[in-house]
Design a protein around this ligand. Structure first.
Ligand SMILES: [Cu+2]
Length: 146
């Protein structure tokens, strides 16, 4: 019985892995579209060039690079990309056109705990306690939040 329940919980844990996603930001004239993008930690943003000579440079809209990243964004490097491993707000701009408000923001937001994470917590509690009563309560809660 205990093994079956643990297997059921483990399958819930494995059922919903967090997949890294690549998002696209387009260059349209002197703008980044979308200018504000919300992603999850571990996601990648790829910028897609259309024309002109630009950069993708991290830093606030005061146009001062913060050193996190800077990439040419032109015919020679039309699809630069950047991985965002941790939560936070990452503003960026184009060096030659920052004064024209060619700026953007990547909001890296950790997702609200999911069934998958509750499954892991439940699994940890099961391992620690080993109690059948606790296991049943945990499984009921798992289904209630699914
Ligand atoms: Cu530019």
């Amino acid at each position: 019985m205990k093994k079956a329940i643990i297997a059921a919980v483990a399958s819930c844990v494995l059922a919903t892995p967090a997949l890294a996603v690549t998002h696209t930001v387009n260059q349209v004239g002197f703008t980044f579209v979308p200018a504000n993008l919300t992603i999850a930690p571990g996601d990648t943003v790829q910028w897609v060039w259309a024309n002109g000579i630009h950069t993708v440079t991290s830093g606030p809209p005061t146009c001062v690079a913060d050193g996190l990243f800077t990439m040419p964004f032109d015919a020679g490097n039309p699809t630069p990309s950047q991985l965002f491993p941790t939560a936070g707000v990452v503003p960026y701009f184009c060096i030659p056109h920052c004064g024209l408000n060619m700026v953007g923001t990547i909001n890296v937001v950790a997702p609200v705990p999911t069934v998958s994470e509750w499954g892991m917590i439940t699994f940890a509690l099961l391992t620690l306690t080993g109690g059948t009563l606790v296991i049943r309560k945990a499984v009921a809660r798992q289904h209630a939040t699914a």
